[in-house]
Design a protein around this ligand. Structure first.
Ligand SMILES: [Ca+2]
Ligand SMILES: [Ca+2]
Ligand SMILES: [Ca+2]
Length: 397
C-alpha cells in the first residue's frame, strides 16, 4: 500500500470524529430544548388543538395503539367529547424518549350546524340553467346573485343551484371545522340520478364537479389562496385529466341572427363563442328548450374566463341516434356525480392534494369550492353542468 494513503487515513478519521461529536452536541442541545408535553390538554369538539414539538428526529404521535401523526407538530381534532391518552415518541440517534399526556375533548357551548353556513362566492359558467337557477331578475348584480345562492344553499332546507358548463363555481363554508377522521367526512348534495334505461351500471345524469377544500389554518375566517387543496378523485392521476385547464366565454349578441343546426332542437349552433388554453375554440349551442340568455346577465364584461382541473367527457349517446345520452359516474371524489344516497357523494378529506399532486394531511376543512369539471355538450341535453344542492358534515348527527 502506498505510504501516502496510510498517512491520510488517520487525518480523515480525526475529521470524521470531530464532525461526529459536534453533530451529536447540536442534536442534544435541540433535544433538551423540548420541555415535554403538558400533563393534559383541553379542547372543544371540532376545534383544532395544536401541540408543537419541533425537535429533530423521528416523531410518532399515538392515541393508544394507533399512530395519528408523524409530523413535528400535532394538529388534533375530534367530533367526540371524550378523553384520549396521547403518547409522543421521539427517536434521535438510536435513543428513544417517550412522553405521555391526555387530551380532554369537551362538548362545545351552543351547537354547530352540520349544513352550509355561508356562501362566499358564486360564478357560474354559461349554461341553459344560468340566469334560471338561481333566477336572475333585471338589475341584479353579482352580489344579488350571491345572496340568492346563499338563500338556496345555507341550512337544512337547501335547494339546488346550477354551476353551468366547465369552470362555473361556488364557494361555501361551515360554522366549524369538519374534522378529517378515518374514512369519508362530508357529503355534497346534487341532483344526479341513475338512468332507468342505462346499459352501464352506475350511469345516468352524472355531471361531476371538481372539489377543492380549504383549512382555515390562520383562523382569519377566510379561505386564503395558499389554503386551497384539490380533492384528488378517481380520475386525478390519469393522463385523460387536464390540470390548469382554462376557458374563456364570450358574451353573445342576443339579437344576432341565429344559425340553426340540422337537429330541430338546435336553435343556434353559433350562440356563444368559447376558447380554451389548449388551442381549441368553438361555439356553444342554444337549444329549443331554453330561450333565455345562457351568459350570466350580471356579468357586463365582453368575456370572462374560468379555470381548474378538467375531466374527460363522461357523456355518450347510448342510443346511437341522439335520443338517449348517458353520463358515466366516476368512482369517487366528485360532486353531482352519483345520487345523494350513494357512498360516492361522500368525500374523504384525506384525498386532498397540493398543487404538485402530493397528498396533504389536513386536520379538517372549513371551506369547499366546487366547479363543473366537464366541458361537453350532450346533444339535446345541453352542456354538462354540475348542480350543488347543499352539503353537510357527516359527523354531526
Ligand atoms: Ca377522512
Ligand atoms: Ca384563512
Ligand atoms: Ca346535475
Amino acid at each position: 500500500m502506498d505510504r501516502k494513503i496510510l498517512k491520510i487515513i488517520p487525518a480523515v478519521l480525526v475529521i470524521f470524529l470531530l464532525t461526529g461529536i459536534s453533530g451529536c452536541k447540536s442534536d442534544r442541545d435541540e433535544e433538551f430544548s423540548f420541555k415535554g408535553l403538558e400533563e393534559s390538554y383541553t379542547i372543544n369538539r371540532f376545534k383544532v388543538l395544536n401541540i408543537p414539538a419541533n425537535v429533530p428526529g423521528k416523531l410518532t404521535w399515538s392515541i393508544k395503539d394507533s399512530i395519528i401523526s408523524e409530523g413535528s407538530e400535532l394538529d388534533f381534532i375530534s367530533p367526540y367529547a371524550k378523553t384520549y391518552p396521547l403518547t409522543l415518541k421521539i427517536e434521535q440517534n438510536g435513543n428513544v424518549k417517550t412522553y405521555q399526556s391526555t387530551i380532554i375533548v369537551n362538548k362545545e357551548p351552543g351547537s354547530y350546524s352540520k349544513y352550509i353556513a355561508s356562501v362566499l362566492d358564486f360564478r357560474p359558467a354559461i349554461g341553459q340553467f344560468t340566469n334560471e337557477i338561481p333566477e336572475y331578475l333585471a338589475g341584479n348584480t353579482a352580489n344579488t346573485m350571491l345572496q340568492k345562492a346563499r338563500e338556496s344553499l345555507i341550512g337544512s332546507n337547501s335547494t339546488m343551484i346550477s354551476l353551468g358548463g366547465f369552470g362555473g363555481y361556488v364557494v361555501f363554508g361551515f360554522d366549524h371545522t369538519i374534522p378529517n377522521m378515518n374514512g369519508r367526512d362530508f357529503k355534497i348534495l346534487g341532483n344526479a340520478f341513475w338512468g332507468n334505461n342505462a346499459n352501464d351500471p352506475r350511469s345516468g345524469s352524472c355531471e361531476p364537479g371538481i372539489i377543492m377544500v380549504a383549512y382555515d389554518r390562520n383562523k382569519n375566517g377566510k379561505p386564503d389562496d395558499n389554503e386551497w387543496y384539490e380533492i384528488a378523485g378517481s380520475e386525478y392521476f390519469k393522463n385523460t385529466t387536464v390540470k390548469n385547464y382554462s376557458i374563456t366565454y364570450f358574451k353573445p349578441n342576443e339579437t344576432k341572427l341565429p344559425v340553426p343546426g340540422s337537429e330541430p332542437w338546435q336553435t343556434d349552433i353559433e350562440y356563444i363563442k368559447w376558447q380554451d388554453n389548449q388551442g381549441n375554440t368553438g361555439f356553444k349551442t342554444k337549444n329549443g328548450f331554453h330561450d333565455h340568455s345562457y351568459f350570466p346577465l350580471w356579468i357586463s364584461d365582453a368575456s370572462y374566463s374560468l379555470s381548474g382541473t378538467r375531466l374527460q367527457n363522461n357523456f355518450y349517446d347510448q342510443s346511437g341516434n341522439g335520443s338517449y345520452w348517458i353520463g358515466k359516474s366516476y368512482d369517487f371524489g366528485y360532486a353531482d356525480n352519483a345520487p345523494n344516497n350513494d357512498e360516492a357523494s361522500n368525500i374523504d378529506i384525506s384525498w386532498a392534494v397540493d398543487k404538485s399532486g402530493k397528498y396533504v394531511k389536513l386536520p379538517g376543512i372549513d371551506f369547499v369550492k366546487v366547479h363543473t369539471g366537464i366541458n361537453q355538450e350532450a346533444g339535446w341535453l345541453g352542456e354538462v353542468s354540475t348542480e350543488v344542492a347543499g352539503a353537510y358534515d357527516l359527523y354531526i348527527k
